[in-house]
Design a binder for this molecule. Structure first.
Ligand code: FAD
Ligand code: PYC
Length: 416
């Protein structure tokens, strides 16, 4: 099926009743060179780069719901690359570089706005840790600078920097190339561009099994629409990766947690950048419509449900009001949740699996939106060449066997 607004909506709105007719038997209805499981930004982007950069156009993206309906359409869109370790700086900065030209590349406005991300320090530990990040980032060619409390306030005038506050602002780390984008545009932009290059995008098509040949190599996927053949399968099914990998007989080092966000009623512009406070567990930005965009922490229990516990949101709002008492009387318009999959070292897994023809892109946890173009680009490279790019080579599955972890403990700078 080719992508068009009409077919997408027809597909999204149709029930499951036609599926057996569409794929009546167990012979593959169609054979693809590559099947991507998961129609989020990462999966759609990988399909686009496979077609655009490597000329592999016999590709299908299978999405169990509607494209962009997973975490891609549910996140708070913070984009930054101020991570501590060399490997992380490499992968996230590659993504930030790609964000820069993405609207032009896709001819679709993804509204990437380099408004800056300011991480506030509230105690001596924060100051030391963020200054360490600033130095490490600079050594890796990643922009990040330290601001005094006065400079923080100059940048964010509503910030109260009096030192008798419960959580005084003792400074902040500012990455100016960082910012936000419009999440669903990213999914739709990649989908349209991939479709124009010949990629099939099949919605309402949950993958329910992975078929392997006598030699163990990938042969295709079972779906609710029937069996689809594939020489290679790339799994990019955030939140559900361990379920899909289980279909191939692989156990993955992942835990899935709900993560929530909420937006307020719209107000005039008062928050000029993204502000994150790790110590207080709050982060906030303002959408172009004027809504305050507020992210919560993960739930404390694992779950696959796209909703979270109320007390987590209550804590988040208390934290926001702690930093910005000016928002105490704001009303929240809506909240929602997604499911993120988290690795033990809070770093992603992007690479090959022990099964020939099976590739994985997962474990981005609470921080994979910012990685979307970079992860997609590197995943496509890995699938096309059958080997990882040097940027994603360190993010392999083997590190959990050998113990060479990339331990970004505060990866998303929010409560995990
Ligand atoms: P998704 O968009 O989730 O795509 C995966 C797709 O796979 C889904 O559409 C799902 O339906 C599909 N799928 C699953 N199982 C199957 C199956 N069996 N068959 C077919 N399809 C299947 N990151 C940031 O960088 N900055 C942030 O500010 C940020 N904030 C966040 C706030 C919230 C509330 C949440 C939930 C996440 C946040 N993240 C953030 C994380 C970010 O959203 C994700 O890491 C990123 O969007 C993952 O992209 P994806 O394309 O891999 O996943
Ligand atoms: O990755 O910056 C991030 C982030 C913030 C909140 C969730 N993820």
């Amino acid at each position: 099926m080719k992508f068009s607004a009409r077919s997408l909506f027809a597909n999204a709105l149709s029930g499951h009743e036609n599926w057996p007719e569409q794929f009546p038997d167990k012979e593959p209805k169609k054979e693809y060179d590559v099947v991507i499981v998961g129609g989020g930004g990462h999966g759609l982007g990988a399909a686009y780069y496979l077609a655009k950069k490597y000329g592999i156009t016999n590709v299908a993206v299978l999405e169990k719901g509607w494209i962009g309906g997973g975490n891609t359409g549910r996140n708070t869109t913070i984009i930054r690359s101020n991570y501590l370790f060399d490997e992380s700086a490499g992968i996230y900065d590659h993504a930030v570089d790609l964000w820069d030209g993405l609207s032009q590349e896709l001819n679709y406005n993804v509204m990437f706005s380099k408004r800056g991300v300011l991480m506030l320090a509230h105690n001596v530990h924060d100051v030391q840790s963020f200054q360490r990040h600033v130095h490490a980032n600079r050594l890796n060619g990643v922009d990040n600078k330290w601001l005094s409390p006065e400079e923080c306030q100059e940048f964010v005038p509503i910030l109260d920097i009096s030192q008798n506050r419960r959580y005084p602002v003792m400074g902040g780390a500012l990455q100016m190339r960082a910012g936000t984008a419009r999440h669903d545009s990213v999914a739709w932009g990649y989908a349209r561009a991939a479709s124009q290059l010949g990629v099939d995008i099949i919605q309402n098509c949950m993958v329910t099994g992975i078929r392997r040949g006598p030699d163990g190599a990938i042969e295709g996927v079972e779906t609710v629409k029937g069996y689809i053949g594939a020489k290679k399968v790339g799994v990019s099914a955030a939140g559900n990766t361990s379920v899909v990998m289980d279909m191939a007989g692989l156990r993955f080092p992942l835990e899935s947690y709900p993560l929530q966000a909420l937006v307020s009623e719209p107000i005039k512009p008062v928050v000029p950048c993204v502000i994150m406070s790790n110590a207080v567990h709050a982060y906030i930005s303002q959408s172009d419509k004027g809504e305050l965009v507020i992210g919560a922490g993960t739930d404390q229990y694992t779950s696959y449900s796209q909703r979270g516990a109320l007390h987590i949101v209550e804590h988040t709002l208390m934290s926001i009001c702690e930093i910005f008492p000016i928002f105490r009387r704001m009303r929240m318009l809506r909240n929602w949740g997604g499911v993120v999959d988290v690795t033990p070292d809070r770093s992603p897994i992007v690479g090959k699996t022990p099964i020939e023809g099976l590739f994985v892109n997962c474990g981005w946890g609470t921080g994979g939106f910012k990685a979307t173009p970079g992860a997609a680009d590197l995943f496509a490279y890995t699938i096309a060449k059958d080997e990882p790019h040097k940027i994603n080579a360190p993010f392999n599955l083997d590190r959990f066997v050998g113990g060479r972890l990339i331990d970004e403990a505060a990866a998303a700078a929010v409560a995990h």
